[in-house]
Design a protein. Sequence first.
Length: 391
Amino acid sequence: MKNILIIGGGIFGLSSAYALTERGHKVVVVDQGTIPHPLASSTDISKAVRLEYGQDVLYSKLTYKSISKWKTWNEVFDKNNYVETGYLMLLNGTLNDGLHTFEASSKKSLSHLGFELNHLVDEAFEEAFPILKDSGFNEAVFNPLGGYVKAQSAVQSLYTHLKFRGVEFILNNPLLSLSEKEGDLAFHFKKELTKSFDAYVLACGSMTPHLVPSLSSCMRITSHAIFGLLPKDPSAYSAANLPVFSADITNTGWYGFPFSKSNDCLKIAMHSNGKEIHPDDERKINPTDISALEQFLQNYFPSLLDARLVYTHRCLYTDTLDGHFWIDAHPKHPNLYICSGGSGHGFKMAPMIGDLLADLVEDKTNNYLDRFKWRQLNYLTESEEEARHKI
Ligand SMILES: Cc1cc2nc3c(=O)[nH]c(=O)nc-3n(C[C@H](O)[C@H](O)[C@H](O)COP(=O)(O)OP(=O)(O)OC[C@H]3O[C@@H](n4cnc5c(N)ncnc54)[C@H](O)[C@@H]3O)c2cc1C
């Protein structure tokens, strides 16, 4: 049994706390503010859960295992945080026209893994999704597995559960700096901690590369606008009529969710390269964001043009340059673990991320960890995440 301090109470930190507590370790979590923190990337209406990862089946497998755990968590927390709507890849064009490699290779890879996806064209497409009749899409691939997680609610559930399990939380106490010098691991918190620990897990989301200078050249923090729309007839956009969808994602960047009664809106957002910012910068939505949304609706979703914009939010990706998570021990400090680099697609895999981190702390072999280990990245490194709209 180890005494472990987790710094950062977003989904990466809390899922680590969950896995470590389940395995009998004694965990303390410290956060810069309250949990859920209003500026955390995990604090959001919803996050998409998709198995579709192009050719990259490692993430499909991790997501599949995570879905099973999300379902268990629904029972453990007695809360339907994971909602299985299925996942719909919408296309403007055809699956094999060479312009939809993400969709085509996702379908091919998932079929090889034994998942049954439904390729819908012409009348079958219109019959299945009448709401999309006059949209800019003419084909789709539907996977009954997948959906979304009510993100903020999931963080709240974990926090409540962990407190009940005896995990100590120290709130409103930011880590101000960290010394990385060999043999000199020193944490400087706003209020110094009196205890010392066997292991430290740094899961500070977008602050991670600012707190660990040797990571600053491997990660970039990018900002992304999120919109909530209230359609004239919300029931037409319920999950039965429109599951979680990607809207020809590599070509447009857009993806979205069904109408949510509890949030009184339908969320849509763009999965693109975004703009690099500092986490302390102002996070307002600007006219360019709004006109990009209007342009998308005009071209692809005219039925939503008269929907009311009722919610906007700007959220930060902790983008590693290669698009893969960062879960490993610091090379100079074997008892400091980094659990970060969500790269705009990490929430769905949170239940598995906690397990990966716990295996690392316990020195257990886990082949998935190879992908997320400490590595050298530089300005020539390109993101390997296939769903990303590269603009
Ligand atoms: C717009 C947007 C859309 C996304 N959509 C999806 C999606 O559809 N599906 C998906 O799977 N993923 C998605 N993601 C990615 C996902 O949200 C992230 O990978 C995930 O939330 C990262 O969690 P985290 O715990 O690493 O970071 P965060 O949630 O940011 O948590 C970090 C925590 O650390 C704390 N902290 C920060 N600095 C300090 C400090 N100095 N001292 C102490 N505590 C500190 C913060 O207060 C916070 O609580 C999206 C992200 C964004 C921004």
